[in-house]
Design a protein around this ligand. Structure first.
Ligand code: TYD
Length: 206
């Protein structure tokens, strides 16, 4: 478990980017140093993953799962710039997606065992926010954002949604502080709830 590491998860269109950015702003306004990260990252491997998501390149689904896991390894362990070193330097890190995305998305095509093995050594965050939004609402939100990415299709997102429920329940059983939030509410009200939870959490709220 990594203190001061906070993760947002949810389907495409659930609002993880908006809510993670909002939280970073509030933590900084409260006087703590905080980074807004995302996965896939903007690094060498994350850039290749984004090419595949855009349809500019193609990989076997399980090769892609390994690439997501490798991008995450670099995200965690890169000297100085990785999550671990930044946390040790006293910063808070808020990530838009983490290993739970791999378990839910890549689990569909590669199966749970393969993806779990690839991500088995990665530590859990101190807090995990899961934004619950029905697939139909996510699809409405995604439409109009530009060309659909690889996973932005109804039948696929429905399969991901089922897996996400299991993945999040499993994290909870493993002792992670999971907070499921109704992501269909107004963004402001979700942000308020997130902030209330974070402010009540020792270490993060220092
Ligand atoms: P996201 O950053 O939410 O998309 P956007 O380009 O709109 O900001 O995530 C990109 C996609 O990658 C999204 O469909 C979820 C998927 N994904 C996985 O399939 N596995 C993973 O491990 C991660 C981190 C993301």
């Amino acid at each position: 478990m990594l203190d001061r590491f906070i993760v947002f998860e949810g389907l495409d269109g659930a609002g993880t980017t908006t809510q993670s950015a909002e939280l970073v702003g509030r933590i900084e306004a409260n006087g703590s140093s905080c980074d807004h990260d995302c996965e896939p990252t903007g690094g060498i491997l994350g850039t290749q993953i984004r090419r595949v998501l855009r349809g500019a390149a193609s990989l076997h689904p399980c090769t892609l799962a390994l690439l997501f896991a490798a991008d995450r390894h670099e995200h965690l362990y890169a000297p100085d710039t990785g999550i671990i070193d930044r946390l040790e330097a006293g910063r808070t890190v808020v990530s838009d997606r983490y290993a739970y995305s791999s378990l839910a998305y890549q689990g569909v095509a590669c199966g749970s065992e393969f993806v779990e093995r690839a991500n088995a050594r990665y530590p859990h965050p101190q807090l995990l926010f899961f934004l619950e939004v029905p697939v139909s609402v996510c699809l409405e939100r995604i439409t109009g954002r530009g060309p659909a990415e690889l996973f932005e299709k109804e039948h696929f997102l429905s399969a991901v949604a089922e897996r996400y429920t299991e993945v999040i329940e499993r994290a909870e059983r493993d002792g992670v502080a999971v907070h499921r939030l109704d992501g269909t509410r107004a963004a402001d009200s979700i942000a308020e709830e997130v902030w209330r939870i974070v402010a009540e959490t020792p270490i993060v709220s220092m």
